[in-house]
Design a protein around this ligand. Structure first.
Ligand SMILES: Cc1ncc(COP(=O)(O)O)c(C=O)c1O
Length: 413
């Protein structure tokens, strides 16, 4: 059965099927939830980090939600059709459905040329990250991670009372792998986010391979988790997935997600790939039946539509170039982004920038210590959204004398 986006949403009761079709002139650009990690970090910090963006409410002004690194256009038509076609199986457990989770595992395995036992599904890749911390760190075996980076692993280890060593990113805002190497001896887990959220930078395949080899020499029992949540958005030819490296190296595995380029953050599906012995402990710690039957169908359809992914990568690159140029024209330095967000020196606190943008209906990212005094993370929406958002940035970043808005000298930030 084929269904249009509008028809699909009407079926689900969205008024007029408007949610996915809404432009920035409409009410809210919907189909995007909050970045789960953001909410988690916020809870963890006792709500002190500026919090996750407020959920939109009836009667609020239009909002451009570029705060959670989501795909602004959501999944493609093939995915929406697959979800609808699977509705009838909603009464079944995933292992018992006509298109079951085993089929998704086999599809992922075939895509990456590995065996099904090398694939583990998670309720988003956060389940994978969390179980990795549970399984591999302990009060005696620390977590090595970066700062700033995606904080799920950090927060999980802290809540368990397991030691965490955070190494600040280098002067180019890349993971400081040399610095991390000095702390890996005896570690339970090393978390490597490539590209790194929130700094958007990437390390080459060669650099990652060298790092892994050196960790293995220093501390062979340490597990290395390479989180490639933004893999599909990378355009740097020196970058490659670490999946073949993980398959060839004990104690190394890769995490991937359908939440970003696949546009399925609300479906909650991620996966780990690595040697069977490496990922087995995670399987024991995960929730049983953690993947929904609709999510399974959606993910299989998404993997079967590589053209849509290619179009999404091209769309994101165009929007990235446009937004980066607009910010640089305002005098704001951006890190070398290889993802669907920018890390931008806004010349004021992230909180100040965020509240200025929020007052004009644009939600940007939360605080990212230790750069919360100078940098903001801006996720990339659609081109139309970013044209409007950059006009708001120009206004918010205008110097106090009010003469700015026209170029580097006039609007330094
Ligand atoms: C680097 C990184 N890893 C993992 C995730 C978690 O994604 P999910 O649990 O939605 O798969 C995110 C989400 O923002 C992320 O930025």
């Amino acid at each position: 059965m084929s269904v249009t986006r509008r028809g699909f949403l009407s079926r689900l009761g969205a008024p007029g099927g408007a949610a996915l079709d809404a432009t920035v002139d409409g009410r809210l650009i919907a189909a995007r939830g909050l970045e789960a990690e953001s909410a988690e970090a916020w809870q963890q910090a006792g709500g002190r980090r500026g919090g996750p963006p407020a959920a939109p409410r009836e009667g609020q002004p239009p909002s451009i939600r570029i705060s959670s690194n989501e795909n602004p256009i959501g999944p493609g038509q093939a995915v929406l059709d697959a979800i609808v076609a699977q509705f009838g199986e909603a009464g079944r457990y995933p292992f018992n459905a006509k298109v079951g989770d085993r089929k998704l595992v086999e599809t992922i395995a075939a895509l990456h040329k590995v065996k099904p036992e090398n694939v583990l599904l998670g309720a988003g890749s956060q389940e994978i990250l969390k179980t990795a911390v549970w399984g591999f760190t302990s009060p005696a075996r620390h977590l090595v991670t970066a700062s700033p980076t995606f904080e799920n692993a950090t927060g999980t280890a802290r809540r368990m009372g397991h030691p965490v060593v955070e190494i600040k990113v280098d002067s180019q805002f890349r993971l400081d792998l040399e610095g991390m190497l000095t702390t890996v001896r005896g570690a339970g887990l090393v978390f490597v986010n490539n590209p790194n959220n929130p700094t958007a930078t990437v390390h080459s395949a060669k650099t990652i391979t060298d790092f892994v080899e050196r960790v293995r020499r220093i501390s062979p029992d340490t597990v290395i988790l390479i989180d490639e949540a933004y893999h599909e958005y990378v355009t740097d030819p020196a970058y490659e997935t670490a999946i073949p490296l993980a398959m060839a190296t004990p104690n190394v595995f890769v995490a991937r997600t359908f939440s970003k380029a696949y546009g399925m953050a609300g479906m909650r599906i991620g996966y780990a790939i690595g040697g069977g012995d490496t990922i087995k402990p995670l399987a024991r710690l995960g929730m049983p039946y953690n993947i929904s039957v609709l999510g399974v169908a959606a993910a299989i359809a998404a993997l079967g539509d590589p053209k849509h992914m290619e179009a999404e990568r091209t769309r994101n690159t165009e929007v990235r170039n446009f937004t980066q140029k607009a910010l640089e024209d305002l005098g704001c330095k951006c890190t070398a982004s290889q993802a669907n967000f920018l890390f931008v020196e806004v010349g004021r606190t992230a909180a100040e920038f965020r509240s200025g943008c929020a007052a004009q209906g644009v939600q940007v990212g939360r605080d990212f210590p230790p750069f919360e005094g100078s940098h903001a993370r801006i996720s990339l929406g659609t081109m139309a959204e970013m044209q409007k958002a950059t006009a708001v940035f120009r206004d918010v970043l205008r110097p106090a004398n009010g003469t700015g808005g026209g170029g580097r000298e006039e609007a330094p930030c």
